[in-house]
Ligand binder design. Structure first.
Ligand code: AHR
Length: 339
C-alpha cells in the first residue's frame, strides 16, 4: 500500500512537470512570435521584414531574362518581399520606380542602371530617406561612392579585353588590313562603354586591326540584324564582327546569312554573354569566340541585402567570375549550360 502511494506521487509529479514544460514552451513561442525577428522554420531571422525594391533594365536579351529569373528566384528563396519593376530600357522609368520605392519605404533598393550617368539626385533622395542602395550588373558614374553600398557585377572592361585578345591572337601575323565592325550595346550604358574601351585597349597596338564601323544595336536581336544589314550594304569587305552581346550577334547572323555569306567563316564573330542561344551558335561554328558575362547575380544580391540589413561590413565592389568559350569549348559546355 505504501509503495502504491509512493508510485502515485511519482506519477503526479511527472505529470505536473510535463504540463509545466508544455506551458513554458508555449510561453516561449508566444514571446518569439511577438518578435518579428524570430523566424519560422528555415526562414532567415529578419527575412519577414525585408522588402526589396528592384528596378530592372528591361527584357532586351536572353541574358536579361536569365538575370531577372535569378533575382526573382533568389528573393523568393530568401523569403524577401520583392517589388520588381521593369523599366523597358528607359532611364526615366527607372527613376520613377526608385522614387516609388522610396515612397513605399522599402528596406533596400537594388537596381541595374540602364545608363551610367544621371543618377545622383535620386540616389541622394534614397540616402536622405535612409534607404540603402545596391547596384547590380551595371555601374553608375557618380563620384560620390557613399550613394550606394556596393556594386555587384562583371568587369566589363576586362570582357572587352578578352574579346580583343582573342582577335589580336588570331591576326597577329596578318600583313593585310582586318576590317572590323562593332555592334555596340545601349548607348551610354556601362557594358557598351567598357566593352568598347577594353577591346580598343588591346587591338589598338596592331595598326592592321581596323574598326571601320561602329553603331549601337541596343543589345537586341532585331536591332543587331538591322544594323548588320546596313553594315553589309555600306562595306564591301567585312572580316570581323564584334558584338557586345549574343542577341545582337544572333540578329547579325541572320543578316549575314541573308546576304549569302557564312557567319563564322566569311565573317568571324566575337560576342559577349554566353547564353544558351549564343553557345549553340558557337557550337555550330557561327560564332567563333564568346566572352562569358554571368547573369546569375541573384544569390550574391540577396547575401548583400542581408548583410546591409544586419549592419555588416560589405565589399564596395563584388566582381563576378567569368570565362571564355571557343566553338569547341561551347560544344562541350552546352549540355550543362544553366542559362
Ligand atoms: O548589362 C549586361 C548586358 O545587358 C548583357 O551583356 C546584355 O545581354 C544585356 O542586355
Amino acid at each position: 500500500m505504501r509503495s502504491k502511494k509512493k508510485w502515485g506521487l511519482v506519477i503526479t509529479l511527472a505529470m505536473v512537470m510535463l504540463v509545466s514544460t508544455a506551458c513554458n514552451s508555449k510561453g516561449a513561442s508566444n514571446t518569439d512570435s511577438a518578435n518579428p525577428a524570430a523566424g519560422e522554420g528555415s526562414t532567415p531571422a529578419s527575412a519577414k521584414t525585408i522588402t526589396l525594391g528592384f528596378s530592372q533594365v528591361g527584357a532586351e536579351s536572353g541574358w536579361r531574362s536569365a538575370n531577372t529569373k535569378s533575382i526573382q528566384d533568389s528573393a523568393k528563396e530568401a523569403g524577401y518581399d520583392l517589388k520588381f519593376s521593369d523599366a523597358q530600357q528607359k532611364q526615366e522609368n527607372q527613376i520613377k520606380a526608385l522614387r516609388s520605392f522610396i515612397q513605399q519605404k522599402v528596406t533596400v533598393i537594388a537596381f541595374s542602371p540602364v545608363v551610367e550617368s544621371g543618377w545622383d539626385t535620386v540616389l541622394k533622395e534614397a540616402k536622405d530617406a535612409g534607404i540603402p542602395v545596391i547596384l547590380t550588373d551595371r555601374a553608375v558614374d557618380s563620384p560620390d561612392k557613399s550613394l550606394y553600398k556596393t556594386f555587384i557585377g562583371s568587369d566589363f572592361v576586362e570582357e572587352g579585353r578578352k574579346a580583343g585578345q582573342w582577335l589580336a591572337d588570331q591576326y597577329k601575323d596578318t600583313q593585310e588590313d582586318v576590317n572590323i565592325v562593332e555592334l555596340q550595346g545601349t548607348t551610354g550604358s556601362a557594358p557598351a562603354n567598357d566593352r568598347q574601351e577594353g577591346f580598343m585597349e588591346i587591338i589598338g597596338s596592331n595598326a592592321k586591326l581596323k574598326v571601320i564601323a561602329s553603331q549601337t544595336g541596343d543589345f537586341t536581336r532585331a536591332k543587331g540584324k538591322e544594323v548588320m544589314q546596313a553594315f553589309l550594304k555600306a562595306h564591301k569587305k567585312i572580316d570581323v564582327l564584334y558584338a557586345h552581346n549574343d542577341d545582337m550577334a544572333l540578329g547579325a547572323i541572320q543578316a549575314i546569312e541573308a546576304a549569302g555569306l557564312k557567319p563564322g567563316v566569311d565573317i568571324k564573330i566575337i560576342s559577349v554573354d554566353a547564353v544558351k542561344d549564343g553557345m549553340q551558335a558557337a557550337a555550330d561554328g557561327k560564332i567563333n569566340f564568346i566572352v562569358e558575362c554571368n547573369p546569375l547575380l541573384g544569390p550574391q544580391l540577396m547575401e548583400a541585402v542581408q548583410a546591409v540589413v544586419d549592419g555588416k561590413e560589405i565589399e564596395a565592389r563584388i566582381v563576378t567570375d567569368e570565362t571564355t568559350f571557343t566553338s569547341d569549348q561551347a560544344k562541350e559546355a552546352l549540355p550543362t549550360r544553366e542559362y
